[in-house]
Design a protein around this ligand. Structure first.
Ligand code: BGC
Length: 373
C-alpha cells in the first residue's frame, strides 16, 4: 500500500524532475517525467507519473506504452496498486506476458500466422505455437513510442505516437498510430487510439492490463465479474475461432449478472481465455464489464467502442515472475479485459472486418473507471 506520505513526497519531488503541473486552483493534477532506464541498444526510456485530484496515480512508460502502475483508493481511502507489472525497465526487457502494454498491429491470434488480402498472401510470425499472437515477435508492446504529456479540463495524460513501417512483422502498409492515455478526475483511465494507413491491412489494437483489485493481497477468484455479453466466440484447442458465435446464457461462461470469477472455474478447463461479444449494435461507447472486489470495495467499470472483449484469467502465469512489491505472479494473480475485435478476423469472412484502408481513420476508445462501494 502507498500511504499519503509517499504521495506527498512524490509531489515534493516534482521540481527535481522535468514536470508539468497544474497547481492553479489548488489542483493536485500533475505529470512527472523521469528516466526509466536504457535498452540494450542504448535508447533511453522514460516513465511518466500522472496524478489526478483524488490521489489516483498512473505510471506509464514509453517502452511499449506500458502502464506499469495504477494506484487506486479502496473504500477506506487506502491506495493500492491494482495492476500487475514491474518497477524497473530491465524486468520488462527480460520478457513478460504483455503486462500493461499496447498490443498491435493485431491483438489476439491469427491462425497459422497467415492471411490473404486482395489476392496476396501475407505471412506473419508464428509466435504462439502454430499461430500468430499480439502482433508478432516485436509488436507494439516492445516499441519505443514518442511521448508527449497532455492535459485538458478533465485530466492529465500522455500521448504516444509510433509509425509502423510497411511490412514490419509482415504486415503491409505504413501505419501511423497515436494512443492517448488520460487520467481523469472521475477516476478513469481513458485510452484513445487513432491510426491511419497507406495500404489495406488488418488492424486490431488493444491494451493488455492485468488487474487485481485487492492490490495483490489475494488472487482474483473472489472478484465479482459482470460482462455485458450474451454470446462468445467458440475456439478450437489452439484458441482459434471455429466461426461459431455461441449463446452463453445459463452456462459457466455467463456473467450477465455478477458472479465470482471462481464460482464455476472447475467447469472451465484451464480458466477463462475467451472473447465475449458485447451486447451492442453500434460503435458507440457502451458498458463492457463491471468488476467488484468485496474486501477493498473497489469497483472497476469498463466501457468501450469495441465489439468484443477478451476475458483472460492469467492462466499462463506460473510463478516464475516476481513483480512490484515482491508479489509472485501465479495462475489467477490477475485478469485482463482486453477490448478488441474478434480473433482471427482476417481469416473469418463472417466476422466484422478489421481491415483498415487508406483514407479511413481507425479509432477506438476504452475507459477503465474506478469507484468504491
Ligand atoms: C491471450 C492469452 C495469452 C495472454 C498473454 C491474452 O490476450 O488471450 O491466451 O496467454 O494474452 O499472452
Amino acid at each position: 500500500m502507498v500511504g499519503l506520505g509517499v504521495v506527498l513526497d512524490f509531489i515534493g519531488c516534482k521540481s527535481q524532475n522535468e514536470s508539468k503541473n497544474k497547481t492553479q486552483n489548488e489542483s493536485k493534477m500533475e505529470i512527472i517525467k523521469e528516466n526509466f532506464g536504457t535498452t540494450a541498444e542504448g535508447v533511453t526510456v522514460d516513465l511518466y507519473t500522472l496524478m489526478n485530484n483524488n490521489g489516483m496515480i498512473a505510471k506509464i512508460t514509453n517502452y511499449g506504452g506500458i502502464v506499469t502502475s495504477l494506484l487506486v483508493p479502496d473504500k477506506n481511502g487506502n491506495i493500492d496498486d491494482v495492476t500487475l507489472g514491474f518497477d524497473n525497465l530491465q524486468a520488462y526487457l527480460d520478457g513478460h506476458p504483455y503486462f500493461g502494454c499496447i498490443v498491435g498491429r493485431y491483438g489476439n491470434r491469427i491462425a497459422k500466422g497467415k492471411f490473404e488480402l486482395d489476392g496476396v498472401e501475407y505471412k506473419l510470425a508464428t509466435n504462439n505455437d502454430e499461430n500468430h499472437l499480439h502482433g508478432g515477435e516485436i509488436g507494439f508492446d516492445k516499441k519505443i513510442w514518442d511521448a508527449e504529456p497532455v492535459e485538458n479540463e478533465k485530466g492529465v495524460g500522455l500521448k504516444l505516437h509510433y509509425v509502423s513501417e510497411d511490412m514490419e512483422e509482415g504486415y503491409p502498409g505504413n501505419l501511423d498510430v497515436t494512443v492517448t492515455y488520460m487520467l481523469t478526475d472521475e477516476n478513469e483511465l481513458k485510452i484513445n487510439y487513432e491510426a491511419a494507413i497507406n495500404k489495406p491491412c488488418p488492424v486490431n489494437l488493444t491494451w493488455h492490463g492485468y488487474f487485481n483489485l485487492t492490490g495483490g493481497k489475494e488472487n482474483i477468484l473472489n472478484h465479482e465479474m459482470e460482462i455485458n455479453a450474451d454470446k462468445y466466440v467458440v475456439v478450437d484447442e489452439t484458441l482459434i475461432p471455429t466461426g461459431e458465435l455461441r449463446d452463453l446464457i445459463g452456462s459457466e461462461m455467463d456473467f450477465t449478472s455478477p458472479k465470482t470469477i471462481g464460482s464455476r472455474f472447475d467447469k472451465v478447463p484451464g480458466g477463462y481465455d475467451h472473447t465475449y461479444i458485447i451486447n451492442k449494435s453500434s460503435s458507440e461507447i457502451d458498458l463492457v464489464a463491471r468488476v467488484y472486489e468485496p474486501t477493498s470495495g473497489r469497483v472497476m467499470e469498463v466501457y468501450s467502442t469495441e465489439p468484443s472483449v477478451q476475458f483472460y484469467t492469467g492462466n499462463f502465469l506460473d510463478g516464475s515472475l516476481t513483480g512490484k512489491n515482491e508479489i509472485v505472479y501465479k495462475k489467477q494473480s490477475g485478469f485482463c479485459l482486453e477490448t478488441q475485435h474478434f480473433p482471427d478476423s482476417p481469416n473469418q469472412p463472417g466476422f466484422p472486418s478489421t481491415i483498415l484502408k487508406p483514407g479511413e481513420k481507425y479509432s477506438q476508445t476504452t475507459i477503465y473507471k474506478f469507484s468504491t462501494k
